[in-house]
Structure formats: C-alpha cells, structure tokens
Design a protein around this ligand. Sequence first.
Ligand SMILES: [Zn+2]
Length: 363
Amino acid sequence: MGGDRPSLYFPAMKRSGLFFIFVVVVVGILSWRAAAWSKQRGEVRMGEGGTELRDLTDSGELSVPSAQKPVVKDDSDWLKTLKPDRYKVLRKGETERPFSGELLVENRDGWYVCHACGLPLFKSDSKFDSHCGWPSFDHPAAYANVRTKVDTAMGMERTEILCARCGSHLGHVFDDGPTATGLRYCVNSLSLDFKPMPSKSKVATDTAVFAAGCFWGVEKLFYETPGVLSTTVGYTGGHVPSPSYKLVCSGSTGHAEAVQVVFDPARVSYHTLAKLFFLSHDPTTRNRQGPDHGEQYRSAVFFHSPEQEKEAKAVRDSLVVAKTWSDPVVTEFVKELDFWKAEEYHQKWFLTHPVYCHRPAKL
Ligand SMILES: [Zn+2]
C-alpha cells in the first residue's frame, strides 16, 4: 500500500502542477494580448492616472494640466440644458446619421470642444477626412481629456470615447487611422462645438530655437509652457538642405535636432525660455544627452539677434555662478541657420507616445 502511494500521488501532483502552469501561461498570454489590444486602441495614454485635465486659455491655447472637478448632473438637468438631438447622442450614446453633422465640413483653425461642458477635445490640426461620415481626428487635444471605455453594444467590441470631465458620449476610436498615430477618433458632430482660433493679428510674436537632445522631449517641454504659441521640431545647424531624419541620424549632415518655439513675448520672455532650456537638459555633455549619442543631440542655442545671444549667455552665466552643474557648460551659441521642419510623424510626438527624456524645470 505504502509503496503504491507515491505512484498515485506524484502523477496527480504532476497533473495539477501542469494544469497550474497551463493556467498561468494562458492568463499571461491573455493579459498580454489585452494590453496590446488596449494599447492599439489608444487606451494606454499619456497623462493617464488622474483628473488633471487641460482647458483652453483666453488666448486659445491649452492650459497646463490641472485638477478639475468632474461635471456631474442628473438626467433631468441634462434634458433641460441640451437640445433633444444632442441629448440623445451625448447622454444616451446614440449616433447621429452619417454625413449629417455640421462639423464634418469645418476646416478652419480652432478647437473642437465638448458641447456639454466646453472641455477642449480635439484640435483642427488632428482632423482628417476619413470618408466615414463623421468628423475624424487622429489624436485628442490632450489624452487625459478623452476617456475610453469598452463598448460591447451592437454585438461587437468597440472602444467608446467620452469627455473626461462630464462623461458625455463622443463616439468611438478605431485603430485603422491613416496617419502616424494609427488611430481614428470618429466623433459625432452633435457632441462637439467648434471654437475658431482667436485672431493673432494683434500679437507680436517672436521665435526661439533650441537644441537639447532628442527633440520629442524638448518640444513637449516648450509646448506646455504658457505663452508659447506653437512649436515645431526640425533640423538646423547642418550643411545639407532639407535633410531626412534618417540622414540626420547617419551623422553626415551636421544637423542638430532642434525645436522652433513661437512665443508671445508679452506673456513669456526669451529669458524664461532660455532658462527652461538650460535646466531641462544636461548642457555639460558634448554631443550627448543620456543614452543619445551623436552630433545631432548637441546642446545649442540658435539665436536670431544679438539680444537673444546676450540673454541666453547671461542665463548660462547666472546658472554657472549658482553652481547648477559641477562640469563646464559646453552649449554652443550659433547664429540662426536654416531650420528644416522634421517629418510629420515627429511633430507633437509626445501626444501619442510617452516621452521621458526631458523633465519640466522649476523656474
Ligand atoms: Zn464634457
């Protein structure tokens, strides 16, 4: 009897052990696939993890992320404030007839905001003609502003998109977008209001160009700075006209990855931008930022006037005096040269990808 036991016991252990391993592997594969599918659908987003939303400022820019109270109303309140057709879409998740929406043909520069609460959801530069019958966008104005939810209605699994502040239904997001993000945010026109960009004719703008390593992170930093009106990533300081990213990466063109910043000097000074530039990267490492090696990652200020050169050098000197770094600063100061806009997929990269290479500096 005693001798029989092991032969009965161990095979049983083996079977349950194998079954356990099988379950672990299956669960692992399923969660990995779920994460991958979720990522494809844009559910893994930057800015996730709180109610830090971005509103619109008076000058028509996105504000810095801030904690915002959700807009909560009961159904009778929504019925009072929304017209019946908008109520059905925003609060009941219905879909407007294709090709019926007024905003389908809207092509001015501006913001598409939630009709129910005014939160900016999409910007005109992300709009494209998908021929599907509803306004379509390839990324939200700010990822945190658009919430996603699995929708199993209609006998299929889709990803519903909702306003992150008031929870109103917007439409769905699909992973068949034709642009670099691969996403198509298909939105009911009735869920949105359009706000044209305020006229900038009265604003006297200035530009600044900085190179501080990988331009994805540098652009994010300046884009989020109040008073900055627009940012463009590109290549400058080299000797080949209109270079491609591939060519720049080969190291044969002499270009640096740089960001061109258009700003309103009445709201943010060049001094502040230069300080942000110095404090957000390591200006003491020649041709290198963290793991990125090569001339394209050099630290450089491309000034367009003697005043900018003087100001940027004064910022450097004051930070050196304050012993901000233990090693000598190797940042180059170069008279502005041709700035070649980088490929579209590099522009606003941080909106669709996590970018950790640069940190906001405390000014
Ligand atoms: Zn809303």
